[in-house]
Design a protein around this ligand. Structure first.
Ligand SMILES: Cc1cc2nc3c(=O)[nH]c(=O)nc-3n(C[C@H](O)[C@H](O)[C@H](O)COP(=O)(O)O)c2cc1C
Length: 326
């Protein structure tokens, strides 16, 4: 396939695996890149910049194809040492960075001077335009359906993507709710140049997470995600479990007065890790998209990507073309 995204990142298919905390290790990123997509290592899952340097080296041994690193700019009191993480990325020879969270403007100079292409993930047209203005090469437009942080505007991709297409000049990919060939063709039809998937890639053989997590994704329907931290304006879409019900209960009880300290033990990274890595499915909240309802199997990454590409071709050539002929 050929789109502005395959050209920009020198990849075979316009399919990106978004950064995922405690999921985006070298095993998954290299599998996606080797299968023709763009795999992304999650920078901050690595405890230190030195660990990230080792993870990049490990990924390079596992694939000879381009891969990227995600840098999530968090609203934290003590910020991680971002310049040092960026140095690890540059010295590791990585040429693609997915930024997310806060505006990456203050780091753009360092990234661009190293010849790195930046794709910024955001949840609104105004943030996408800002990303374009500060020099991002592409944007990942994350609709309300997405796993993780959908922002506070609640605009689903059926509206958000064509709106982005109306306003943006740089290429963009559709993110949130993308699962299969139908998603890819729809994303292209709505004006995107490809798609970014998070949740779908967790239910693959190579994803280095506990089997219980993959099983939970196959079993979950589209009705089973919940939005937590709305009162904190840090909304996160997660799969429902005992911890999430407790969080929602606390939010209901405390109303507008709820603070992060009230729910911290249930949303902490340690609990997130316990779910994803140790399979303790009620240990804490973990990001998951509505797309869980479209996940019915656990293929290899290559099987998943090959299936998406071949079925997308069939949809375009047979189903859509056929409708024109009729
Ligand atoms: C378990 C999980 C962890 C995630 N962690 C991050 C993260 O650390 N940084 C980030 O930018 N996005 C993160 N995301 C968001 C994904 O990169 C992607 O934008 C999102 O999953 C797309 O929606 P989908 O799940 O419907 O495909 C995470 C998503 C999931 C499901």
């Amino acid at each position: 396939m050929k789109t502005r995204i395959t050209d920009l990142f020198d990849i075979r298919y316009p399919i990106i695996q978004g950064g995922m905390h405690y999921v985006g290790y070298a095993e998954l990123a290299s599998a996606v890149s080797s299968a023709g997509g763009l795999g992304i290592i999650t920078g901050l899952t690595q405890p230190t910049p030195e660990d990230l340097a080792r993870e990049i080296a490990r990924c390079r041994e596992m694939t000879d194809k381009p891969f990227g690193v995600n840098l999530t700019f968090l609203p934290a009191f003590t910020a991680p040492p971002y310049p040092e993480y960026i140095r690890a990325i540059i010295e590791g020879g990585v040429k693609i960075v997915e930024t997310a969270g806060r505006n990456p403007e203050q780091y753009m100079g360092q990234l661009k001077a190293a010849g790195i292409k930046v794709i910024h993930k955001c949840t609104s047209v105004r943030h996408a335009l800002k990303a374009e203005k500060i020099g991002c090469d592409a944007v990942s437009v994350d609709g309300f359906e997405c796993g993780g942080h959908p922002g506070e505007d609640d605009i689903p991709n059926m509206i958000l993507l064509p709106r982005a297409a109306e306003e943006l000049s740089v290429p963009f990919v559709a993110s949130g709710g993308m699962a299969d060939a139908r998603s890819l063709v729809a994303a292209l039809a709505l004006g995107a140049d490809g798609m970014n998937m998070g949740t779908r890639f967790i239910a693959t053989k190579e994803a280095p997470v506990h089997e219980n997590v993959k099983k939970a994704l196959v079993e979950a329907s589209e009705l089973e995600t919940r939005l937590i931290m709305r009162p904190l304006r840090n909304t996160e879409r997660v799969l429902n479990n005992a911890a999430v019900e407790r969080i929602l209960e606390i939010e209901r009880q405390k109303g507008g007065g709820v603070g992060i300290d009230d729910i911290r033990p249930l949303v902490a990274g340690t609990q997130n890790r316990k779910v994803l890595q140790e399979g303790e499915m009620d240990a804490g909240a973990w990001s998951c998209g509505m797309v869980a309802g479209l996940i019915h199997d656990i293929p290899t990454v290559k099987e998943l990507i090959d299936r998406i590409v071949s079925e997308a071709q069939a949809i375009i050539r047979k189903r859509l073309e056929g409708m024109l002929a009729a």
